[in-house]
Ligand binder design. Structure first.
Ligand code: G6P
Length: 612
């Protein structure tokens, strides 16, 4: 994780870096720092958010038209002023920021200590800047060459930017397994962990590839070389991202904005992919490999966090509708467990950011073993999007709140379209049912809008349960993964311990926890299992648990036996997750706000997990 931003040009760098760091704070926010070059080097670092850094720098020299900045999510070394980046070389000449993990930092550090280097921090990053210094000191070596040589010795993941006070017109960046984007302006250049700090100034960007080193010379332009100093071709992309997409748009938090955007973002995920009148569905990303996908021996979905939950819904959808066997794996487990996979299998990576380290590594493994790899990703141009053989964007737009909301419904929408496309092709569902599902899907955005109207009611329920220490989420079938997602949302942002369970499994353990203090949130919208869910509710009530039920409009029977109920419009069962998750997102949001938690940047979390 961690966010990096850098600038070289004619403007004052300080406001550009601070603004960029605020946009990158979703990547980590335990400390922040900036190094500015204005004849001499000024480096400021502070524990806490970028706003703390701003207060700290106030009144000091902020001059300079070359600068690097960093917002940190600690891996090696606690979050404090010393471990914050940038890190400086022993002689104070070099300043460096880093996102990633240097896995062999311990032997490198030992060798450097033996050579007389003294370290100030507990970070792996400081080793890197001393290593570059050591190489530079050996001879008349340019910063670019020294960076290339140093990185040849490094094992691990890195995105770095570094400058040398003795060479004030040069900025060098490099990456491997952590993202880095170069922004090309008019006589000025930017570097960012993603395009969000850059978009205000230019939409021309180059996504650096693994083991590429970019060297920017003020007034001259940039070159990209690999670690062996060979010149690399760079493709300039024009990005289509508007600044207002990165703002809160009148909402108090990004999360609330993103929850409310879902009627629109679900439409975006469907745009050009379904046509109800013509009874047509097509996920364009599958077309080049449609034979392989529709005849796959099995599909394996790999993902982490919320994306893993949408993967579980994908399993239900694809198996139920298209009759292809699906397995859903935590990417972190899949990559290390010698999975049986090969030609004829399809591996789908689900990822909002397209940068999650474990998901990327799982895909690389699957590719090596000969599987076709497919990406369902939100961030355009991200590493996963570029690695896969084929894929589909969810087009949800930037998701900034750390807790994922609109990306989840975007992923589920795309998976639904994938299942329908495959089902139609394979003839595994009747024409009538296909049509019903298509009509149902088309109606989902308007129904989501309707569910959003329960916000006031959910706020009230939140006020009733905000002091609970634990919560249980139950669901069956398509709504079991929604129960997991509801529990994750609550623990992520409100720090209340919550667990999601298949409703029937409650009897095998969680029922022991139920008492008057335990809110039990039950998703009771499945028509096929309605009677069984009714029994589950009775079981909770018999033990004096408080039942909050998500029900289908007009289901008075469940309403009556529940303490609180939220109605969602009726829809086809495979589509219910797109509606039933919305009240759970709102409930968590209100509870977190009432508990005074930082909703958009919960403690210890980061939006994009680019380390293992
Ligand atoms: C982090 C985020 C989650 C996200 C997960 C997977 O844990 O906080 O919101 O679901 O990473 O991220 P991805 O970008 O791969 O979907």
């Amino acid at each position: 994780m961690c966010g990096i931003v850098a600038y070289i040009g004619d403007q004052d760098a300080y406001p550009i870096i601070i603004d960029g760091l605020k946009r990158l704070e979703y990547r980590g926010y335990d400390s922040a720092g900036i190094a500015l070059l204005d004849g001499s080097l000024n480096c400021y670092k502070k524990k806490g958010k970028v706003s703390e850094l701003e207060k700290f720098v106030n009144g000091s020299n902020k001059e300079g038209s070359l600068a690097i900045g960093h917002t940190r999510w600690a891996t090696h070394g606690k979050p404090d002023d010393i471990n914050a980046h940038p890190h400086l070389s022993g002689d104070g000449r070099l300043a460096l920021v880093h996102n990633g993990i240097i896995e062999n930092y311990a032997p490198l550090k030992k060798a450097l200590v033996d050579l007389g280097h003294e370290f100030k921090s507990e970070t792996d990053t400081e080793v890197l800047v001393h290593l570059i210094e050591e190489i530079q000191n050996k001879g008349d070596i340019s910063l670019e060459d020294a960076v290339q040589l140093a990185l040849q010795k490094v094992v691990g993941a890195y995105a770095i930017v570094v400058f040398d006070t003795n060479d004030p017109n040069t900025l060098v960046g490099a990456r491997k397994s952590s993202p880095l984007v170069l922004g090309i302006g008019d006589g000025e250049h930017f570097i960012g962990s993603d395009a969000t700090p850059i978009i205000k100034f230019t939409n021309q960007v180059v996504y650096l590839k693994d083991e590429e080193v970019v060297t920017i010379k003020r007034g001259e332009g940039y070159t990209i070389r690999n670690l062996d100093n060979e010149l690399m071709e760079s493709e300039v992309h024009q990005i289509d991202l508007k600044l207002e997409e990165l703002e809160k748009g009148g909402y108090e938090h990004f999360m609330m904005k993103e929850i409310h955007q879902q009627p629109t973002t679900i439409c975006e995920s469907m745009r050009g992919r379904i046509n109800v009148e013509n009874e047509w569905v097509q996920l364009g990303g599958m077309m080049d490999h449609i034979e392989e996908i529709s005849n796959a021996n099995k599909i394996i979905i790999v993902a982490c966090g919320t994306s893993w939950h949408s993967g579980l819904i994908g399993e239900y959808l694809i198996e139920d509708l298209a009759r292809i066997p699906v397995e859903v794996e935590y990417a972190s487990e899949f990559r290390y467990r010698n999975p049986i996979i090969g030609k004829g299998d399809v591996v789908i990576a689900l990822s909002q950011s397209g940068e999650t380290a474990d998901t990327l590594a799982a895909l690389e493994l699957a590719k090596e073993k000969g599987a076709l790899i497919y990406g369902i990703v939100n961030v355009v141009g991200s590493s996963i999007a570029r690695l896969t053989d084929c894929g589909s964007y969810i087009h949800a737009g930037p998701e900034i709140g750390v807790a994922s909301t609109k990306a989840f419904t975007g992923q589920v929408t795309v998976l639904t379209i994938m299942a329908l496309h495959l089902a139609k092709l394979k003839g595994t569902i009747t024409k009538e049912y296909f049509k019903q599902l298509l009509v149902g899907l088309d109606a989902i955005p308007a129904k989501v809008q309707k569910v959003l109207e329960s916000d006031g009611q959910l706020k009230y329920i939140a006020s009733e349960i905000k002091n609970a220490a634990n919560a249980l989420y139950l669901g069956r079938g398509y709504n079991f993964p929604v129960a997991l997602e509801g529990a994750l949302k609550l623990k992520e942002i409100s720090y209340i311990h919550a667990e999601g369970y298949p409703a029937a499994e409650m009897k095998h353990g969680p029922i022991a926890l139920i008492d008057i203090y335990m809110p039990v949130i039950i998703i009771a919208t499945n028509l096929s299992a309605r009677e069984k869910i009714l029994s589950n509710i009775q079981e909770v009530k018999a033990r004096k648990g408080m039942v909050i039920a998500i029900i289908t409009e007009g289901d008075d029977e469940i309403k009556e036996i529940s303490d609180y109920s939220i109605e969602i419009p009726s829809t086809e069962e495979p589509l219910t997750p797109l509606l039933s998750v919305i009240p759970l997102q709102l409930l968590s949001y209100h509870i977190a706000v009432m508990r005074g938690c930082n909703v958009d940047q919960p403690r210890n979390l980061a939006k994009s997990v680019t380390v293992e």
